[in-house]
Write a protein that binds this ligand. Sequence first.
Ligand code: 3HC
Ligand code: NAI
Length: 725
Amino acid sequence: MAATRRLSHSVAVITINNPPVNALSSSVRHGLVKEFGEASKDPSVKAIVLSGASGKFSAGADIREFSTSAMKTVSLEDINATIEASRKPVVAAIEGVALGGGLELALACHYRVANAQSRVGLPEVLIGILPAAGGTQRLPRLIGVPAALDVIVRGRHVPATEALQLGIVDEVVQGNVVDAAVQLARKVVGRDLDKRRLSINHVPSNPNMEYFLDTAVEKAKKQFRGAQAPIACIEAVRASVQKPYHHGIEKERQLFLSLWATGQPQAQQYAFFSERNVGKWTHPSGGRWDNVKPKPVRTAAVIGLGTMGRGIVTSLAKANIPVIALEQDAQQLETGKKAVNALLEREAEKLVKQGLTPAATLASVCFTLDFAELSAVDLVIEAVYENMKLKKEIFSKLSSVCKPDAFLCTNTSGLDIDEIASVTNHPDLVIGTHFFSPANIMRLLEVVRGHQTSLTTIATAMNLGKILGKVAVLVGNCPLFVGNRLLGPYLEQANYLLEDGCYPEDVDKVLEDFGFAMGPFRMMDLAGLDVGWRSRMEKGLTGNKVPPGTPARQRQGYRYSPLPDMLCEIGRYGQKAGKGWYQYEKPGGRFAQPDPWVKDFLQKYRETHQIRPRPVNPELILERCLYALINEGFRVLEDGIASGPEDIDVIYNNGYGFPKHRGGIMYHASTLGVAKVLDVLDTYYRENPDVPSMKPAFLLKKLAAVGGPPLKEWRTQVGSLVNKL
Ligand code: 3HC
Ligand code: NAI
């Protein structure tokens, strides 16, 4: 039964029952209509409580129904209108989550009681739509426009304690929320409910409201770069201020339909489900997320407290896992300790602001210089310098000091996991856990399996990701794994564009207008240009290992751009040095300004190499950079390094600032059409045979040859290729 009803002291308790999250599917909506209708008619019922089964009120509309005819049946807003108009008081008993349509349902009730651990919110914006069952009209009437916009436009989950302060809920209880709601319902029987009927009340407003809303639109345009849903949310809220409720609802509906026509909701919902699907990992041996059990991680250790290590320690402490943090000398240990402390304090401040009690403190972290102290931990994460010799030394030591069944993880951003594992006694317990910077904030975790990594090790690392609140994606072992591997051809194209006549700010603008959080040059400046430079030196692509007589713009017969090496040679390492592709107000400064020096440098470079600069239009800039990413994505798939296009998309959306409203790199390729992608790459490669990264991938050709099937069928085509792992 999608909704059930029982009687408790003359109060009808209607319970939504649709596991796992009580989504308001068509059958739930029908169930609600039936049970609510009967409770309304029943003279023995004096009041009604709405609740959700299994500790969750409701996560809102069933997103899977959006593109089906099920949406055309009884609408949630009609149900909300009936509930709000009820002569019997209706109280929502909120447990777990009341999100999207779930909160809209609760807002239609006359009172709301929430359990202290619950969260409420209108996160529709995160799946490309707006609250479409009255949320944009009722919430501003309840808590005012500024607070409502903050909740709706950011789509954030508001903890119960904060929801109480904001006035979204009337009571927060520690114990049984249904009992508390029944009590409240009995107390309010016979009271005048008009003040509680949000739709007949006015939105608190002031003379500056229009200016406030216009400013919010401008801010959202800048912040969300091309995503339409945040703007639609603000416009719907504007209607709540200017128009009576029924007009506002009509505006909400129109905005929903026009958003749907942009294609962004479909892309963002694909991204939503992809994030959930990547957790359902499979291994070529038949091991899967649902047939391999993870081992518990009760204690952990982190080696190296630099940029990454300190964030990883903070993440573990936040998840209540006691951590031992190890450094190489007393000074580094002290610096690391201060840094971890500062991060934990910042995390605590955020929680306190939301009315929550921080659990993680420095007391759960033990700082040491002594490897012997790691003898009992369940799992170690190594985050020392990116140097194979050093990593092998550390892993060999770990293998001798840790207990034999301890999991040994490396945070390497691209070194060979098998080589690192080769120095240990149990290579089956070695795995890559590639966090992203800042590790306590970024949601992505690339879990890299080596040849010998056991299924239990994979399951444990994937589960650890979940415990840390990350989205963990299982990938295969190849140089640079998935995310950083895709960056190679992308940055290569960005550098070639500078040679051809562009400036860093031109290229960045195009990619940022497309929706990337940051263009390639700002990103390189932030990450530090020296990181790539050192790796190219190690590979003999630059520095004194380059054979004498090698042309400046060629390596091994292929095109090469020495531009980033030249910047590094004069110390322009990026943001941390105060200069790189841009100039900054000071070393470590955050404001990138175009640098006349860079302009002059590029002009001289082109003259030296007799390159005649040509105008490159924005479409071409976008095409070059994006198609380079897409092509490498296809190669990653054909190599079996990522198990499906969704995995690549989740990695790029969560680790590299790809705009979620475009779904992901591979999703974007599917909307462009594989035939078009192939055609553009083919043309480029024919004209530039010295750029092998743009040679169309075999899988891309194969997909085009079978007529460009939809993305959900790509896995089948990948499956028929030989897995190179
Ligand atoms: N519709 C359909 N399926 C949903 C769903 C929804 N609203 N919310 C979650 N699910 C599914 C997930 O896909 C997953 O399915 P799976 O087990 O087959 O992979 C399962 O429920 C469990 O979800 P999670 O893995 O995400 O579980 P968590 O416990 O980590 O998180 C949650 C729970 C916080 C509720 C999270 O799922 C979430 O944020 N859901 C989306 C909430 C949302 O966006 N609501 C708005 C919907 S649109 C709407 O209401 C329109 C209205 O305005 C008319
Ligand atoms: P970092 O240079 O900031 O820190 C490395 C730390 O390791 C230093 O504090 C150093 O004292 C410590 N260390 C070195 N040798 C040690 C030893 N023998 N014992 C104990 N500690 C030792 O480096 P960062 O940036 O934190 O990188 C660490 C690892 O994470 C590298 O493998 C890197 O490739 C990877 N990574 C880095 C990312 C970044 O954005 N910085 C992103 C993802 C991965």
